[in-house]
Design a protein around this ligand. Structure first.
Ligand code: ATR
Length: 268
């Protein structure tokens, strides 16, 4: 039996088991995939025990992505750029390969929405882990990026690090240039507190589309509610990105890309 899992703390909320089981069914793969509550102290040992007991791969979610990154033996380029790992795979020689599929998941979702045109200008709000995870794949997809963050210095560090991959610029949240953005992406953590990042509302009035990396069942996230209030007609939350990152993880493990669209239509 294929033995996989998702690790996090908390973990009950994770939709990864349903998503991966759906993908496995698409390809007639028998999959054992469980949620595991990571221990804040013993996480590394737990993970090593899991692989020693036959585990073949896993997803990693908060707060362990950086620790999994450090534990792995080998990393994909996008994982090195993110400095965080959301997918681990045990290689034939027993060593652990780390990937980060978050950015690829976002790019796939933007493609699905038909929001990913070459040379689009994308405004990303926030410069934390969520942003770091997606910058390289977005730049490789020829998106021009402005990262706006409350702490300017963090955005500047990211822009500097990634400038060889494309056009990327850093600004403070209150210094966002007065221009039209094709897509505004919320990558701040504020929605978790029911809050929305403070930016001039004309940025949302003028933008082509608004994307929230967070998702919520039933009602709009605070960011999307604000975007709609400002008149943005094309809006979406991050459920497609969640399914997309899972699809890219599945591909890493099993060598086939599952159909995300079918799952999105069905709902998770
Ligand atoms: P994540 O891994 O979810 O990205 P994080 O690394 O803690 O979490 O980053 C949170 C992001 O939300 C950061 O960009 C943070 O801005 P700072 O770098 O200035 O801290 C942003 N954020 C959190 N609270 C905020 C607030 N009240 N106003 C504006 N931005 C906020």
């Amino acid at each position: 039996m294929n033995k996989y899992a998702v690790w996090g703390n908390p973990i009950e909320q994770s939709k990864s088991p349903q998503i991966q089981q759906h993908f496995a069914a698409q390809h007639n793969i028998a999959l054992q995939y469980e949620r595991i509550l990571g221990d804040e102290v013993r996480f590394e040992q737990q993970l090593q025990d899991f692989f020693a007991a036959g585990g073949q791969g896993c997803n990693i979610t908060a707060p362990f992505k950086e620790r999994a990154f450090r534990l792995a033996d080998q990393h994909s380029e996008r994982c090195l750029s993110a400095e965080a790992c959301n997918t681990l795979k045990k290689m034939p020689d027993g060593r652990l390969y780390a990937d980060n599929t978050d950015g690829a998941g976002l790019v796939s979702d933007l493609q699905r929405l038909d929001w990913l045109k070459p040379n689009n200008t994308i405004l990303i709000l926030g410069a934390g882990g969520a942003t770091k995870g997606v910058l390289m794949p977005l730049l490789q997809a020829q998106q021009k990026i402005i990262v706006a963050n409350r702490t300017l210095n963090k955005a500047q560090q990211l822009a500097e690090k990634l400038q060889s991959y494309g056009t990327i610029q850093a600004v403070a949240l209150d210094q966002i240039p007065d221009q039209r953005f094709d897509v505004v992406i919320n990558a701040t953590s504020l929605g978790l507190q029911g809050k929305v990042v403070e930016i001039q509302t004309d940025i949302l009035q003028k933008c082509g589309a608004a994307y929230d990396m967070q998702y919520s069942k039933g009602e709009d996230t605070p960011f999307l509610a604000l975007a709609k209030k400002c008149g943005t007609t094309r809006t979406t939350d991050g459920i497609g990105m969640l399914i997309g990152q899972a699809a890219h993880a599945f591909e890493l493990w099993f060598g086939v890309m599952p159909d995300s669209q079918r799952l999105l239509q069905q709902g998770v």
